[in-house]
Design a protein around this ligand. Structure first.
Ligand SMILES: Cc1cc2nc3c(=O)[nH]c(=O)nc-3n(C[C@H](O)[C@H](O)[C@H](O)COP(=O)(O)OP(=O)(O)OC[C@H]3O[C@@H](n4cnc5c(N)ncnc54)[C@H](O)[C@@H]3O)c2cc1C
Length: 332
């Protein structure tokens, strides 16, 4: 072992800080470390949690309560996507809308066949860029507010641009200037996933038993989890724990393919079969959409218990990440 290796011990190690890993960490009992290599699918998702037929109301209630006092409160409601589809789900309070608001287009073009209000301030800029400008300087909000008040509509539906950490305040300021309710619609990649992560981070920061090891990539599990820390990856780290939760993610960092077998990348455990579970044509079309969901893996690498949590890329990905993260410690 290298002498400059950082050696840590805890009750639980969670690898991955997307929705699944954060939910798991927030629910587990005991000293918990969360190792995160960086942003994953949650960060670029639409941030709205569509409700499947088979719901897990316990996990949903926990989620709403956990985020209620953070910078990103959620509620059950309706949201509109940039395709103008109206869906129900768990939504960030800025995306929950009423009535028939006027769409504000990011690029002056009407969305689908409807009428949209174009705003010059958005021209040539991505949602993330505008969100960053708004987060840094209220003057941008006032510019948008002035343009909206000149348009004189009853309410407005904006691209997701209200910033990451203070969207609620930004929205109120905009509503005062516009003299009408202002909502955001759901699109991906967008800032809504980043906002969800920030809300989870707020909740995590309040829990003294949880430590987040950012920019820490776990490379192997062998007598503990071994990895490298920092943006330059100069420092080694070894973490020993009783429970290991693998929440390494959706489409960006997901499971590895070995022939027909779908393997969890760190332990090599086979969690699925391409032919039997998914079909070859699906696999060929969607190479990044695999993920073992809620699987219990055999004890490995010196950990007494190993669990996996996380979700596929499409459809109900965030719901599955929440559900499996919430239940990651069940039965311990
Ligand atoms: C563009 C896009 C839009 C989407 N929109 C929606 C949507 O609107 N609604 C919806 O329900 N779903 C959506 N999804 C799917 C959803 O985002 C994912 O299914 C869900 O976020 C997966 O969450 P997760 O916690 O399992 O993984 P992730 O959020 O991917 O988190 C995995 C984490 O693990 C870390 N990690 C991975 N390997 C290691 C390692 N070796 N060491 C340390 N850390 C590691 C990563 O850095 C990351 O932090 C979308 C996905 C994409 C890509």
């Amino acid at each position: 072992m290298k002498s400059d290796m950082l050696c840590l011990e805890c009750d639980n190690l969670v690898i991955g800080a997307g929705l699944a890993g954060m939910a798991a960490a927030l629910r587990l009992k005991g000293k918990t470390l969360v190792a995160s290599a960086g942003l994953g699918a949650t960060a670029i998702s639409g941030g709205a949690i569509a409700l499947p037929e088979r719901r897990d109301e316990e996990a949903e209630r926990w989620f709403l309560k956990t985020l209620q006092d953070t910078c990103c409160p959620y509620r059950e409601g309706q949201y509109m996507t940039d395709m103008r589809a109206v869906r129900s789900g768990l939504v960030q309070t800025t995306t929950d809308f009423m009535g028939s608001p006027v769409y504000v287009s990011p690029d002056d073009r009407p969305l689908n066949d409807g009428i949209a209000l174009g705003l010059k301030v958005f021209a040539g800029r991505s949602c993330q860029e505008v969100a960053h400008m708004i987060e840094a300087d209220d003057a941008w909000l006032d510019l948008i507010g002035e343009a909206l008040s000149n348009a004189g509509a009853d309410s407005y539906l904006l691209p997701p641009v209200l910033g990451v950490s203070r969207a609620m305040q930004a929205r109120k300021r905009l509503e005062n200037a516009a003299g009408a309710p202002v909502y955001e619609y759901v699109t991906a990649p967008s800032v809504l996933g980043l906002r969800l992560l920030r809300g989870l981070r707020d909740a995590l920061d309040r829990n003294r038993d949880i430590t987040l090891l950012e920019t820490t990539t776990i490379e192997s599990i062998d007598g503990g989890a071994r990895g490298l820390m920092g943006t330059k990856r100069l420092r080694g780290v070894l973490v020993e724990a009783s429970l290991l939760v693998l929440a390494t993610g959706g489409p960006l960092t997901g499971f590895r393919l070995d022939g027909d077998r779908v393997c969890e990348p760190l332990t090599g455990t086979v969690v699925g079969d391409v032919e039997a579970d998914l079909g070859r044509s699906f696999a060929a079309d969607h190479p990044l959409m695999f993920k073992g969901i809620g699987v219990c893996l055999p004890a490995a690498g010196g950990f007494r218990d190993v669990r996996a949590a996380g979700a596929v890329a499409a459809g109900y990905g965030l719901y599955e990440a929440l559900r499996t993260g919430y239940h990651a410690g069940d039965g311990l």
